[in-house]
Ligand binder design. Structure first.
Ligand code: HEM
Ligand code: SF4
Length: 580
């Protein structure tokens, strides 16, 4: 885990002091709201429907137990006892009092955390694979590069005021677990097997994003040596900074520029800008050096793993079998099946703790009691660290296989072991109308209603992998475009309606879902989802997943049954108004 040095710590401490002064001036009235607004947003402080919301960055999703305890403390002292983990490896607190924010930022700074650049038209939190460093399909551990780029992008003077916010994701594994193609820039790290010691290079994708105009990123440049990333990315951002549209907020993201120019022309412009910044004869002084790599990479060395035998699933099962009582047998076996990922090191597994208990809290919410319990579990079972997933769950990355049963029993006491990872009820959802002032409709009650309707774990396991994502408005914070089933809240004369998309997918086969037709009323959604699932069950061939059946059959096979009993047939207007 990266440890702040003097430079990092000074930077966050100074920001706290500045913000303390700004808040004091706001409170005594000497700083008007319109002047304070950009200052608070630079520290991740939004004003939402009911209160201030603070968004705290969790760079590349990595947290220490100590940091999580601080987040729990903040939830208790300054919020209502919980926090919301988001799709971009942040945590949001929804009930913050302005007076308390300097104190909160000071508490965060003590554990090497902050909220800088979690808002505004700058480079946002850099996200990565929640299984970085342990995944069995990894080419390269992306975390040193993530950290180097975090430092490079933090308070970068040239990129503090881009046309729009800018999001990086970095992946180093065969499977993309970062939604790489939905980011402004996606960096895919590779090690060249033909080169001795493997030269580390990056393929750069640009112009992905969701929101009003969902677009998947295009490959802009292959094989950028890791050392040259700062100069290459500077060139790319400069092209965006100069030519990105500032006249129209809906057309300001880099995806619109890349689309307008075409990826080839965009790439050519970046190349020409890069040539000004860097050449063999005159290398850019911004580039990373081996010394910097060494400084950062030493924090991501392997923890002291034991020398253990690797257990197959069958061996693991027979190891735990005698220790399980009758009540535990089915639940534990299911959990092994859904909530574990294979590990690079023999005898270890990575465990996903579900933050999606059926029908209770909002997807991604964790109470302070849960956070404290997870911190204890991380210390006891996973070298004191954990990770935040893009799907709004938490991961203990380094659990000894023979400890899994103990861990499961301990985590069960805190409602963290539902075996629904990757299943229909592992819903990604934004805060929607319950909290967000931009919302057209609520997201959380829809997620709850679906979870309540599909509460039967036997059935869910039989349905296998299906993603269902919900956003409360077109901004797509809940990533509905890349859900196999997407739910988007739309507004019709003050009434909340929901538009369904089908066929979205994240990962290597990323695709954007298509709208099924007119929107549905809130109370229809569980029935509509049931109808979509029934169509799948009726038509699937053996081993076919929902998305595969959808691709084989096409939209119409799902559409007709979904609308059979719907009252939404005459609501086309809603969809025209909000069409994506
Ligand atoms: C209540 C606080 C929030 C506000 C005010 C907010 C605001 C926005 C806005 C305005 C956009 C559209 C940007 C554009 O199209 O240029 C957006 C997109 C996005 N937000 Fe949020 N958001 C909030 C919460 C969240 C949460 C909780 C998550 C994670 C669950 C999230 C993650 C994202 C993501 C991933 C996008 C995707 C679109 C993209 O970048 O291509 N946001 N948000
Ligand atoms: S999708 Fe819309 S409603 Fe949901 S958090 Fe984002 S801005 Fe708010």
């Amino acid at each position: 885990m990266y440890k702040y040095d003097h430079i990092d710590q000074t930077l966050v401490d100074e920001r706290v002091a500045q913000f303390r002064d700004q808040v004091a001036r706001r409170l005594d009235g000497s700083l008007p709201e319109e002047e304070f607004r950009p200052l608070r947003l630079q520290n991740g402080l939004y004003y939402q429907r009911h209160a201030y919301m603070l968004r705290v960055a969790i760079p590349y999703g990595l947290l220490s137990a100590k940091q999580l305890r601080t987040l729990a403390l903040i939830a208790d002292k300054h919020d209502r006892g919980y926090g919301h983990f988001t799709t971009r490896q942040n945590i949001q607190f929804n009930w913050i009092e302005l007076e308390k924010t300097p104190e909160i930022l000071a508490e965060l700074a003590q554990v090497e955390m902050h909220a800088i650049q979690t808002s505004g038209n700058c480079i946002r939190n850099i996200t990565s694979d929640a299984f970085a460093g342990v995944a069995d399909d990894e080419y390269v551990d992306p975390r040193p590069i993530c950290e180097l780029l975090r430092q490079w992008s933090t308070l970068h003077p040239e990129f503090a005021y881009l046309p729009r916010k800018f999001k990086f994701a970095i992946n180093g594994a065969k499977e993309d677990r970062t939604v790489l193609l939905c980011h402004d820039v996606g960096i895919e790290l590779k090690k060249d097997p033909n080169v001795q010691d493997g030269a580390l290079t990056a393929d750069i994708y640009a112009g992905g994003g969701m929101g009003r105009t969902p677009i998947l990123g295009s490959l802009i440049k292959k094989n950028v040596p890791w050392q040259l990333l700062p100069s290459y990315l500077t060139a790319l951002l400069r092209v965006y900074n100069r030519f990105g549209r500032r006249d129209n907020i809906y057309k300001a993201r880099i995806k619109i520029l890349v689309k307008a120019l075409g990826p080839e022309e965009f790439s050519r412009q970046v190349e020409s800008e890069w040539a000004q910044l860097h050449s063999k004869e005159a290398p850019s002084k911004d580039n990373f050096t081996q010394a910097e790599w060494n400084r950062v990479a030493q924090h991501f060395t392997r923890p002291s793993y034991k020398n253990l035998p690797a257990l197959t699933r069958a061996e693991l099962q027979s190891f735990v079998e005698p220790k399980l009582d009758a009540n535990e047998r089915v639940a534990f076996t299911r959990w092994l099946e859904r909530n574990l990922r294979p590990h690079q090191v023999p005898g270890y597994a990575s465990v996903v703790l579900s933050l999606k208990p059926h029908g209770t809290a909002a997807p991604g919410d964790a109470t302070s009691a849960q956070m404290n319990a997870i911190a204890d579990l991380a210390e006891q079972y996973s070298f004191g660290e954990l990770r935040v997933t893009h799907e709004q769950n938490l991961v203990l990355a380094d659990v000894e296989q023979t400890e899994l049963l103990h861990l499961w029993r301990a985590a069960k006491n805190h409602n963290l072991v539902l075996s629904n990872i990757g299943l229909l009820t592992d819903i990604i959802a934004c805060p929607g109308g319950d909290f967000c002032s931009l919302a057209n409709a609520k997201s959380l009650p829809i997620a709850k209603a679906i979870q309540e309707r599909f509460d039967d774990l036997d059935y869910l396991h039989d349905l296998r992998d299906i993603t269902l994502n919900i956003s409360g408005c077109i901004n797509s914070c809940g990533h509905h475009h890349v859900g196999n089933i997407g739910v988007l809240g739309v507004d019709k004369d003050g009434e909340e309606w929901y538009q369904i998309t089908l066929g979205g997918e994240q990962g290597n086969q990323a695709s954007i879902g298509k709208v099924i037709g007119p929107s549905f009323g809130a109370n229809e959604i569980p029935d509509v989802v049931a109808s979509l699932i029934n169509t799948y069950v009726e038509h699937r061939t053996e081993d076919e997943l929902f998305i595969e059946t959808y691709r084989r059959l096409g939209m119409d096979a799902f559409k007709e049954p979904a609308y059979r009993n719907s009252r939404s047939k005459d609501k086309q207007k809603v969809d025209q108004k909000n069409s994506v």
